[in-house]
Design a protein around this ligand. Structure first.
Ligand code: PLP
Length: 407
């Protein structure tokens, strides 16, 4: 990939922060946006704005066509069998809530179990805990090793005939650990359970093929993969989605609402619209389609290899620095471009504030993954995370500052 050419596509990278060129290392939180995405959104509002699916006038037809084209692009991008398996949501959080509410309220009861790992983002823990309180099912947790990798033996041993769904992040947003979700999905299916993966940190950074992984659900967010905020995706296998009751009711998700005698009879729309109540973020979905075009043109293997190269380089440099502790596995073949660390003498927020003085954007805190921080025995951590426009020169500058602080 020609990184210098890529950088020209991102207007925000020309910004100065505190008088220094911006170095953006907070990509796991949200990515920056190229002109093509910004232009797709502007173009929609300037020339095609109309509500989708509901009118026969030209603007509505154009908007519908652009919207549904994005669904097709996303379907191809993750190798779904059909665009009907792609449901637009507000993001990963809403996608997981959709499954938790639809599946949980419909089919899970006091004899059932949901299995999650302790490395999850809160958005893959809290919805399950909320529904478990209403429905009386048990939420079980698979352990995580001290280096942040999944304890596979423990996780597999907790999959039983009572398990109705296993929920696991594909890539941890704290350590960058890549989980072998394909292998877990096989064991889940052998026991009659469904498999949901949180792809918030995998889909933007690597090739994800839902048919190859054979997962039942995949959730991800547009804003972490060059797209706008407010739009995300739930992929669901047709067979699983067909059995589920809609999470939200309203316009667009019904086929028919009629009154017979004294009661209302409602029938659901076809997939995927059955799960898309109300007017969606039309511009956001079109922007996400442009983001997919950008990533496809780069090639997801190139994206992955570039980030892997940066992670390897940064890890080797940081290992030589005094007063810095790196977390996560030492085997880099198991991880993506996310580096959690602590700087001796500074809290994570102090570390991020200090780097901000130098124009470097880092994340600090527990990154919505408190259980994992408990396991790592950390109140919080600082986190650098890379994407397609980051360079080794930026990492050199980052290291230079750490060395200045150490001297
Ligand atoms: N899951 C993981 C692994 C994440 O990293 C994040 C966001 O950082 C989420 C879920 C939630 O994503 P969103 O806030 O876009 O819904």
């Amino acid at each position: 990939m020609n990184i210098q050419a890529i950088r020209q596509d991102f207007p925000i990278l020309n910004r100065q922060i505190n008088g220094k060129p911006l170095i953006y290392f907070d990509n796991a939180a949200t990515s920056q946006k190229p002109y093509s995405v910004i232009d797709a959104i502007t173009n929609y509002y300037q020339y095609h704005n109309g509500n989708i699916h509901r009118a026969i006038h030209t603007l509505s037809s154009e908007a519908t066509e652009l919207f549904e084209k994005s669904r097709e692009k996303i379907s191809k991008f993750i190798n779904a069998k059909s665009p009907n398996e792609i449901i637009f949501t507000r993001g990963t959080t809403e996608a997981i809530n959709l499954v938790a509410y639809s599946l949980g309220c419909d089919t899970l009861g006091s004899d059932d179990e949901v299995l999650i790992s302790l490395m999850e983002h809160h958005s893959n823990i809290v919805p399950w805990e909320i529904i478990a309180k209403c429905r009386g099912f048990t939420v079980k947790y698979g352990h995580v090793n001290k280096d942040g990798t999944l304890d596979y033996q423990d996780f597999m041993s907790k999959i039983t005939k009572k398990t109705k769904i296993c929920c696991l992040s594909h890539v941890s947003n704290v350590t960058g650990v890549i989980n072998d979700v394909k292998c877990i999905a096989k064991v889940a299916h052998d026991n009659g359970a469904l498999m949901l993966i949180d792809g918030a940190q995998s889909v933007p950074h690597m090739k994800v093929d839902v048919q190859d992984l054979n997962v039942d659900f995949l959730a991800f967010s547009g804003h972490k993969m060059l797209g706008p905020t407010g739009v995300g995706v739930l992929y669901g296998k047709k067979e699983a989605l067909q059995k589920m009751t809609p999470f939200q009711g309203g316009g667009e998700m019904i086929k028919d609402v009629s009154f017979s005698a004294d009661h209302c009879v409602v029938s659901w729309n076809e997939l995927p619209w059955k799960f898309e109540a109300g007017t969606p973020d039309i511009a956001g979905v079109i922007g996400l389609g442009a983001a997919i075009d950008y990533l496809v043109a780069l090639g997801m293997d190139n994206v992955f290899n570039h980030e892997k190269d940066l992670t390897q380089y940064a890890t080797e440099c940081l290992k030589k620095c005094r007063d810095i502790t790196l977390y996560g596995p030492t085997d880099l073949s198991q991880k993506c471009g996310i580096l959690p660390f602590c700087l001796r003498g500074f809290s994570s927020h102090e570390t991020a504030a200090l780097f901000n003085e130098y124009g470097i954007a880092l994340r600090s805190g527990y990154h919505c993954a408190q259980p994992l921080h408990q396991i790592l025995n950390l109140p919080s951590s600082a986190r650098a995370s890379f994407y397609i426009y980051n360079t080794k020169a930026e990492i050199d500058r980052f290291i230079e500052i750490i060395e200045e602080l150490n001297s």
